[in-house]
Design a protein around this ligand. Structure first.
Ligand code: HEC
Ligand code: HEC
Ligand code: HEC
Ligand code: HEC
Ligand code: HEC
Ligand code: HEC
Ligand code: HEC
Length: 392
């Protein structure tokens, strides 16, 4: 198997030498080369739903996979998009207000709806919110329609302040017009992108199909359309399962292709128009790729630390330490019980400083300005006091 890190280095060198931007962009094409044991058509790509794909009712998986369905309900991904009727944050906050320069905002609950209003005192725009994006651990942004176009709300709800503030990426200064104060009109391409990362079956082929959308990243976002699977399993026909299992991917492909299709890997970040700098702290596949710990090794793939079917483990040092200790040798300061043997494949060096809570020092929580949230930097490294955030 070819190593992605080596290929990446070669590509970077070639790009630097040739200085030919067009060459840098088609990276995904080499990722579909000999690295995959399977034909690309066998590999389900989240977000790329072929037209005519037949999804099962999203509640049907619970019939036979009750354990995963029950635990997954509590994962933020399951609620990455909610309808306004169901939006927990909008229901819990029947009246939100904010002021930015001459503009006053209100988000007011009316029955099953939430109405987003902005006024400069003379003119007013008032539209019902259509969808809430983000379960809100950091924040929640709204999508609404105005003059026939989808808009991203200029204001978002933030968990740390339990109130509204300017959406990440917008300047804090007062907007120039009432339309701008409402938010930003999204191009059809951007609209499809948002829905394909935060929901399931919202895009078919190249068409947005919100009538068929299942809110949130549901089972079939990752496992592909499941209608045939349900039929086959019910008929007791187990020979062919008709459902995609990402457990068959290599560790590197799982992180850099599969989870990265939404969380963004090294190839995606290179292609982003505004990539670089502190913003990349949100793109875990990209950050971890540039860590010395990273390789095509199951012990460092996304699923090593995050079972996608269970909610994120928060402030659970013992849990994450065990993940580091799968590779790193124990410090001589740690007294191992006599019957405990260190696995032979634990060959990475031990820490001269700490023996526990490894991530707190080596995966520092990093404030992303404007996000009201400290992201966990997945670029595992020795953090030198006062050193700048490594952006590459
Ligand atoms: C009627 C029962 C039934 C329903 C409904 C059902 N499954 Fe399954 N599923 C099974 C059985 C049985 C297996 C095989 C288990 C095994 O091989 O150990 C399976 C296996 C799987 C696998 C692993 C496939 C593999 O290659 O290892 C996945 C992924 C999966 N199901 C996802 C889903 C999703 C998503 C849904 C909802 C759309 C769903 N299932 C609905 C019964 C069901
Ligand atoms: C279809 C897009 C998509 C795919 C594929 C995907 N994710 Fe996510 N993930 C999201 C979105 C969107 C969120 C943000 C959810 C929120 O907070 O609203 C998220 C959030 C998360 C979180 C943070 C949860 C929290 O409580 O803050 C973890 C951990 C995570 N994903 C792990 C994974 C792993 C592991 C994989 C691969 C097995 C994966 N994701 C694949 C879209 C995706
Ligand atoms: C390429 C996939 C992708 C696209 C496109 C995308 N998101 Fe996300 N979004 C994610 C992932 C993954 C996360 C979780 C990690 C993070 O916070 O960056 C997330 C997080 C969020 C959060 C914070 C969630 C929380 O619980 O704190 C909000 C709000 C959000 N997205 C809104 C949007 C909106 C609105 C759009 C479209 C204008 C959009 N996203 C487009 C993948 C995507
Ligand atoms: C964010 C992506 C993602 C979502 C959402 C997701 N899965 Fe999975 N699923 C995976 C991955 C990755 C694996 C392979 C796990 C591994 O090999 O470690 C997997 C494996 C499985 C398997 C195979 C058995 C096993 O434990 O390895 C079944 C069955 C399954 N998932 C069912 C479901 C059901 C049911 C849902 C919805 C409640 C669901 N999955 C939601 C990513 C996801
Ligand atoms: C070696 C362990 C490890 C690996 C591998 C890992 N993570 Fe994490 N991840 C963590 C830790 C630790 C946290 C922070 C948990 C907490 O808040 O206490 C975290 C948090 C997150 C969050 C929540 C947002 C944040 O910044 O805190 C997301 C999303 C996430 N990881 C996605 C991923 C994805 C996608 C991959 C694969 C590229 C991945 N992680 C690989 C350890 C890991
Ligand atoms: C897949 C195995 C593996 C896992 C899992 C792993 N590491 Fe590593 N780590 C390595 C290897 C290999 C190196 C490089 C050692 C060298 O250069 O001699 C390394 C290097 C490091 C370094 C030095 C980095 C530098 O820039 O000098 C730190 C710090 C580190 N790891 C911490 C951690 C922590 C903390 C975790 C858990 C959150 C972890 N590692 C998980 C294999 C791993
Ligand atoms: C209190 C903060 C702290 C904690 C906790 C901590 N480390 Fe470290 N670690 C450091 C510092 C600082 C260095 C750099 C030491 C130096 O260069 O003298 C370091 C160095 C390392 C190195 C590089 C060693 C080498 O020989 O190149 C590795 C690997 C490492 N730590 C892994 C871990 C693991 C695994 C854990 C958890 C068992 C852990 N660290 C816990 C602060 C910490």
């Amino acid at each position: 198997m070819t190593n992605r890190k080596d290929i990446f280095k070669v590509v970077l060198v070639v790009c630097a030498v040739v200085g030919f931007l067009v060459f840098c962009n088609p990276l995904p094409s080499w990722s579909q080369g000999p690295m995959h044991a399977k034909a690309p058509s066998d590999i389900w790509k989240p977000r790329q739903v072929p037209a005519g794909a037949r999804f099962a009712n999203q509640n049907s998986c619970a019939e036979c996979h009750a354990d995963k369905t029950t635990s997954y309900q509590h994962h933020a991904m399951a609620k990455a998009l909610e309808t306004v009727a169901e939006s927990q944050i909008l229901r819990a906050h029947p009246r939100l207000t904010f002021r930015n320069g001459p503009f006053s905002y209100q988000v007011v609950r009316q029955g099953e709806q939430s109405i987003y209003t902005v006024t400069d005192g003379v003119n007013t725009i008032s539209e019902p919110i259509l969808y809430s994006f983000g379960q809100g651990r950091a924040g929640q942004t709204y999508v609404l329609q105005h003059k026939g176009q989808f808009y991203e709300s200029r204001l978002s709800f933030y968990n740390d302040t339990q109130g509204l503030d300017v959406t990440l990426g917008y300047p804090p200064t007062a907007p120039a017009s009432l339309d701008e104060a409402l938010g930003r009109a999204m191009s059809p391409e951007e609209t499809k992108n948002c829905f394909s990362c935060h929901a399931t079956a919202a895009v078919s082929g190249s068409q947005l199909q919100l009538d068929k959308m299942m809110p949130g990243v549901s089972c079939q976002a990752c496992h592909g359309p499941g209608e045939q699977h349900v039929v086959a399993m019910k008929a007791g026909n187990f020979k062919q399962k008709y459902i995609y299992n990402p457990g068959t991917l290599s560790a590197d492909d799982q992180s850099q292709e599969f989870c990265a299709s939404c969380h963004r890997g090294v190839e995606d970040v290179i292609a982003l128009p505004n990539s670089g700098g502190i913003n990349n702290v949100r793109h875990q596949p990209y950050r971890i790729f540039n860590s010395k710990c990273y390789g095509d090794d199951r012990r460092i793939s996304c699923t090593a630390c995050h079972d996608p079917h269970e909610p994120l483990k928060i402030n659970s040092a013992v849990f994450y330490d065990a993940k580091c200790n799968a590779c790193h040798l124990p410090s001589p300061k740690v007294k191992l019980a006599k019957n405990v043997q260190v696995a032979k494949d634990r060959t990475a060096p031990f820490c001269p400083v700490g023996t526990q809570n490894c991530a707190s020092c080596h995966m520092p929580k990093t404030d992303l300005p404007g996000a009201h949230f400290k992201f966990t930097d997945h670029r595992i490294r020795v953090v030198k006091p006062g050193a700048p955030f490594p952006t590459e």
